[in-house]
Design a protein around this ligand. Structure first.
Ligand SMILES: Cc1ncc(COP(=O)(O)O)c(C=O)c1O
Length: 379
């Protein structure tokens, strides 16, 4: 993977093992992004007035091929947080409704559900699912045990944030369907890390980021909406509502959100080109999986804790989380960064404490060795 390291703009002195929180954008994609910004400043009206619809449409088409859905079922948003808010605001939650989620939602998304449910008199229920998971049947059963006729929404991450679990999304969507509930998937970490097939998953709503594992510049994600709901969704900001090459409310309300810099949306095409050129799913991701797997045992020996994964069905290809022993870990993140130049998130806000390792094309053996040596010192 050494050859791809120089394709990124990252500080070479740091072992950056935190692509999961904030992805890094490769040079060719970043160059294209800056070229779009210069083009915008040269003739703003061309990009934002005359060519706006056709260029957004083209970007949408490229993305739709990458994640396998129809291009008019996608709207670009600035990030997954915004996308999840847009969906939650559109589903008309009412007094007495229940939203079922996992016990390891991303913190901001969990807060959002709590606020919406509180405001509308709905219940927000977190399904407790101890780790490691045995199999997908067990997960379905945990959800099943909480289902009653008040359940309007079943929501879950495709890949969870702090615990880095790859969930059986199709089975969970089917569970939602058979209980007449709306399925909403928070796919912030999935596009570009797992080969997505949104038609096959067939969720009501799927929200994803392009600026994480797809390597797009910061500020671009998407909302996929099934046909059933495509006319019942609108973003928090109401604008002209008539500037789009499509007809659904998904497109008419979203494409034009007022004057903004659409360069990161346009650069989604360039990031897909970069992934394709480097045979991402065939070459790069398997190497990332191998690198992280090679250090798994060494890390578990240092932490002295059980693995969060019983089998590799739940392992995301480029992320692993590790349990920390009971104790005060409030200094761990900052010691790793300041004393060892290792960038990695430590999660202390759950019942258990974790740290998460993300591996991307720019990481190599020595990054992981540095992590292992640092953990030996600090744990
Ligand atoms: C599962 C999950 N959902 C949503 C988000 C929010 O993504 P963003 O900050 O791009 O809105 C994250 C961020 O890491 C996440 O891990």
């Amino acid at each position: 993977m050494e050859n791809l390291k120089d394709q990124f703009l990252l500080d070479p002195s740091i072992a950056y093992l935190n692509h999961g929180s904030y992805g890094a954008c490769p040079r060719p994609v970043f160059d294209a992004y800056q070229a779009y910004q210069r083009e915008l400043e040269r003739e703003p009206a061309s990009m934002l007035y005359r060519n706006f619809s056709s260029r957004i449409q083209k970007a949408r088409e490229r993305l739709s091929h990458f994640i396998n859905c129809k291009s008019d079922q996608l709207a670009f948003v600035r990030n997954a947080t915004y996308g999840m808010n847009m969906v939650a605001q559109s589903i008309n939650l009412k007094q007495g409704d229940t939203v079922l989620a996992t016990n390891y939602e991303y913190g901001a998304v969990e807060r959002m559900w709590e606020i919406f449910c509180n405001e509308r008199g709905a219940r927000f229920v977190k399904v407790h699912m101890p780790l490691p998971h045995q199999d997908s049947k067990e997960i379905i059963q945990f959800f099943h045990d909480q289902i009653d006729s008040s359940v309007k929404v079943i929501t879950f991450p495709h890949i969870s944030a702090a615990t880095a679990q790859l969930l059986p999304v199709r089975d969970l969507v089917n569970l939602a369907k058979s209980n007449n509930a709306i399925s909403i998937i928070d796919g912030a970490h999935a596009p570009g890390q797992v080969k997505l097939n949104l038609e096959d998953i067939d969720a009501d709503y799927y929200v994803g980021n392009c600026h994480k594992w797809m390597l797009s510049p910061k500020g671009v994600g998407f909302v996929y909406v099934s046909r059933k709901h495509e006319n019942n969704i609108r973003p928090p900001a109401i604008s002209w509502g008539n500037i789009s090459s499509g007809n659904s409310s998904l497109l008419m309300e979203n494409d034009w959100q007022g004057t903004t810099d659409i360069s990161s949306i346009l650069a989604v095409e360039d990031s897909i080109d970069f992934l394709n050129k480097n045979e991402w799913f065939h070459q790069v991701i398997p190497r990332c999986t191998e690198l992280i797997s090679n250090f798994n045992t060494a890390i578990l020996e240092i932490t002295g804790m059980k693995s969060l994964y019983k089998n590799n069905n739940f392992e995301p290809p480029q992320m692993r989380s590790f349990l920390l022993q009971e104790g005060d870990h409030s200094e761990l993140h900052s010691r790793l960064f300041h004393e060892s130049k290792v960038e990695l998130p430590v999660f202390l806000d759950f019942d258990d404490a974790y740290f998460r390792v993300s591996i991307q094309a720019y990481n190599n053996h020595s990054d992981m060795e540095r992590l292992v040596e640092s953990l030996k010192k600090f744990l």
